[in-house]
Design a protein. Sequence first.
Length: 207
Amino acid sequence: MVETLKIAKTNLRHNSFLSIAAAVMLCLITPLLIGTANLDRNSAAMPLEMFVSLIGILLLTTVFQPEQNEEIHDLVSSKYISTGKVYLIRTLYSVVAAVLLISLSAVYMQTQGSEVRMILVAGTVADAIFLGSMGMLTSALTGNTVIGYMPPFLYYALNIGMGPKLGSFYLFSMVLGNYKAKIWLLAAGVLMIGGSLFYQRFRRRRM
């Protein structure tokens, strides 16, 4: 446990500070981009689903970024701790950071008189994990974090264009009062995270 906390602390300071800072900034500017006061439950879902959920892309897409530099990878690989464990720790604290920031955004909206229930928080977390895992998987497959940002943002744009036609994989379903879609998004997100961690471990072993 002490070793895990030490790894997490080091990675938070050296590898994840900028992505977490960007996620915090996005949460802070959301009330400036869209109204967050005195909203009913369905309307309160809009700023959470359409803006706050994007922090998942910022937090999870960068999980593999440091070791995409071969010099850093060789340095990490020379340690007695496996890179797989480091990736898992980064993934876990990135998800925790997403949950905390989404929860804080929901609490702020409540203080503004909006009707924000736990179901909205859970649904936004599902969106964030789904979008972030898509970027994470792309980053693993391509070995390039910049390319990793493209599919989740393209999928986000697709949701704006196609709307509810995407069915169970529609990101903004809570605005319509549909919460079941979030189960599918969360399940797909978890599978993509697992797949990206497995592939990255397999790829590094081959290298």
